[in-house]
Design a protein around this ligand. Structure first.
Ligand code: SF4
Length: 426
């Protein structure tokens, strides 16, 4: 049987799509193996192009796979294969073939043709119909419900890499999640290029959430990041009504300065953003709040950066993702004068990351004495680890712990941003 291994770089949506590819290759008669297995006929790197670092990582994996499996067919698929990489570039010497966004859902057929195999299998049905979750060692199931972004943030390459807007029919998603739930899945994560733009006729993300939360004994539901200025207030209201939906909201802020937000082409002001966070805090008791911030956007002055620091200080974030600005060719920001020296960007990232760590530690401390629900992803020598609904890492000690178990218990302690549950006390 022909063996195929996958390596994913990038966001949760890429991970969800890789799970779909794996399912499609199995359905087409391939055997999916780990990248470090002894024998591997095909290696597929599902690459990312959102930052230059992600692009380099895709190529590093290609070179490493070439060293491990010299005779394998090596493909790079997805965003980085779309507009960024070129086969005539020496950097792609380890790669046999690039498969862009439009073709990646035909990967089994492309590989079969390249290896002259007797199959022409493609993904069954539309590109969004395969359920990636198969249980086993995986706990969370990533469910891609939407693709494409109609916004035009100046720094972002996604709209040109994923220009087509599609949403998976909600009835199809509900049926798939019901099947996953019957198979033992305890948590699904809804993903999309711009999740807040989900649209199936008159059903938007809030209606989809209602339908998923109504599945009897269904899994808990987590949202990946959602753009402010889409449907976030309706989503917060549903979170407040349903204990099935994890109380974790990731709203990318990117900057706490209005002039920088304007240059970035974001669709809100700092005041709008602060209103959304206040709304969430009024409606949700004990909510995890995540955000993304770009440090050193072209022209970001010391004063503009300090404005961001002040907003981060004032808002009750519990999880900060901070990135240094990196110009993506083909975006408007790539032609702006990049005035912030690399050393200043590094220092701004370091400063914000330190603030993020302190905020997460404070939130973890506030959980002591509160009930939480932890999905165990790993159990070793009687110690389980996983994540709370509010997206804090958790360590659980107790008897009879198993992977994929939802443990409801009171937090006994916290340590450096992690909560501890000692002796499981339901
Ligand atoms: S909302 Fe902005 S940052 Fe997010 S994918 Fe769309 S263009 Fe990119």
């Amino acid at each position: 049987m022909t063996t195929v291994a996958f390596k994913t770089v990038g966001c949760r949506m890429n991970q969800a799509e890789t799970a779909e590819f794996e399912a499609a290759f199995r359905a087409a008669g391939f055997r999916v193996v780990a990248t470090n297995s002894d024998s591997c006929d095909v290696c597929i790197i599902h690459g990312c192009a959102v930052t230059a670092a992600a692009e380099r990582e895709s190529l590093r994996h290609a070179r490493s796979m070439r060293r491990q499996h010299p005779a394998a067919l090596i493909l790079v698929a997805g965003c980085s294969a779309e507009k960024i990489l070129r086969m005539d570039d020496p950097a792609t010497a380890a790669v046999d073939r690039l498969v862009g966004q439009a073709d990646k859902h035909r990967l089994p057929a492309i590989v079969a043709q390249a290896l002259d195999l007797p199959t022409t299998a493609t993904l069954p049905g539309s590109e969004l119909t395969v359920d990636g979750w198969r249980g086993g060692r995986r706990t969370r199931a990533l469910v891609k419900v939407q693709d494409g972004c109609p916004f035009r943030c100046a720094y972002c390459i996604v709209p040109s890499l994923r220009p087509l807007q599609t949403s998976r029919p909600s009835a199809d998603i509900v049926a798939a999640v019901r099947r996953m739930s019957e198979g033992g899945c305890r948590e699904i994560v809804l993903t999309g290029a711009n999740l807040g733009c989900y649209h199936d006729q008159d059903r938007r993300l809030p209606e989809l959430l209602h339908a998923l939360a109504d599945i009897p004994d269904g899994p808990r539901i987590r949202l990946s990041s959602i753009e402010s200025s889409t449907v976030e207030t309706a989503v917060i209201e549903i979170m407040a009504e349903s204990d099935r939906i994890c109380r974790y909201l990731h709203l990318p802020m990117q900057s706490g300065d209005d002039a920088v937000l304007r240059r970035m082409g974001r669709r809100y002001t700092v005041a709008d953003y602060r209103d959304r966070i206040s709304f969430a805090c009024r409606h949700l008791d004990n909510v995890g709040l995540g955000t993304d911030i770009i440090a050193g956007f072209p022209g970001e002055t010391e004063t503009e950066f300090e404005n961001t620091v002040r907003v981060v200080e004032a808002l009750p974030f519990t999880n900060l993702h901070v990135f240094p600005f990196s110009a993506r060719p083909g975006t408007p920001a790539a032609s702006m004068a990049d005035t912030v020296p690399a050393s200043v960007k590094r220092e701004r990232v370091r400063f914000l990351n330190a603030m993020g760590a302190a905020k997460q530690a404070r939130f973890a401390m506030q959980q002591v004495g509160r009930p939480v629900t932890v999905l165990l992803e790993r159990v070793r020598r009687g110690i389980g680890s996983g994540w709370t609904g509010e997206y804090l890492p958790a360590r659980v000690t107790g008897k009879d712990l198993t992977v994929n178990q939802l443990v409801k218990a009171t937090v006994s302690d916290s340590d450096d941003g992690m909560v501890a549950i000692n002796g499981r006390n339901p």
